[in-house]
Design a protein around this ligand. Structure first.
Ligand code: NDP
Length: 261
């Protein structure tokens, strides 16, 4: 139905959380998947499990910092050599930064813009030709903060709005060859939330309880955090031929937290 059988997909930040769930989701749908991340040992461990579950020829992994354009370029060549091209690129690598305007210095502003913009720009440049050749898809993983900024995440929110702007421009510049879409996430139980849960004040509070309280405080209508697999399903759909008439679109995966019309 999704048409992902034998499709070749790159997932940046594929060693953890949403990226890993996406890689697994795509592999289950029959795709061949290349993942990258910076921490080599975690990446190797994850890739070994994926290879065991889905076969050596379906999984490629490479240590890559997506902010290093040269390394990303080498990764693109590795993907070409192994898969013979690319059908979809999922730009997922990254993390958020908590800081208000008062405690964000210039270096933090620059770091945040560099991370948010170049984690999209570098892989998009490196794989553009491949995606054009295959009439492929780019999926940008973004946050609801892009549309609904929060003062305690001031520079992340601003940079994420920039990513939304890039999505719209690219979806026109790359049309009709490549579809360019994105998802905006609310709170997903991975990355920073896993870390904050581990560091909770009262260690006797269960994960379910802690996430439930958090969801209530944040006013998430579905009453819970999203699971990485739920973000993966939205990403996988946009990356797949099933989304063949969708470009320039953003899918909100926030459990109803998005309040704009
Ligand atoms: P995780 O921390 O679980 O995973 C992040 C992944 O990105 C890891 O594989 C990490 O590996 C990799 N990564 C980070 N920086 C780089 C880099 N410079 N180059 C290559 N790989 C990198 O986070 P999540 O799964 O929760 O988040 C995935 C994406 O979704 C992120 O971009 C995040 O900002 C965004 N997001 C998440 C939300 C949430 O609630 N979870 C909400 C809104 C947005 P390594 O460190 O080894 O490089």
């Amino acid at each position: 139905m999704l048409g992902l059988e034998k499709k070749r997909v790159v997932v940046t930040g594929g060693s953890s959380g949403i990226g890993l769930a996406t890689a697994r989701w795509l592999l289950e749908a029959g795709a061949r998947v290349a993942i990258c991340a910076r921490n080599e040992s975690r990446l190797a461990d994850v890739a070994a499990v994926l290879r065991r579950d889905f076969g050596d020829d379906h999984v490629l992994s490479a240590p890559v910092d997506v902010l290093d354009a040269e390394t990303v370029g080498r990764f693109a060549q590795q993907v070409r050599d192994a898969f013979g091209g690319l059908d979809a690129l999922v730009n997922n690598a990254g993390q958020g930064r908590q800081s208000t305007f008062a405690d964000t210095d210039d270096a933090a502003w620059r770091d945040e813009w560099e991370l948010k913009l170049f984690s999209q720009v570098n892989p998009a440049r490196a794989f553009e030709t491949d995606l054009r050749q295959s009439n492929g898809a780019l999926v940008m993983v973004n946050s609801l903060l892009a549309l609904q900024p929060e003062p305690h995440m001031v520079c992340t929110s601003a940079a994420r709005a920039g990513v939304q702007s890039l999505l719209k421009s690219l979806s026109v510049e790359w049309a009709p060859d490549v579809r360019v879409n994105g998802i905006v996430l609310g709170l997903v139980g991975s990355g920073q939330w896993t870390k904050r849960f581990a560091e909770r004040e009262d260690q006797s509070v269960s994960r379910e309880q802690w996430y439930g309280d958090l969801a209530r405080r944040k006013g998430i209508p579905l009453g819970r955090l999203g699971d990485p697999s739920e973000a993966a399903a939205a990403i996988g759909f946009l990356a797949s031929p099933a989304a063949s008439y969708i470009t320039g679109a953003t899918l909100d995966v926030s459990g109803g937290l998005a309040r704009h019309i």
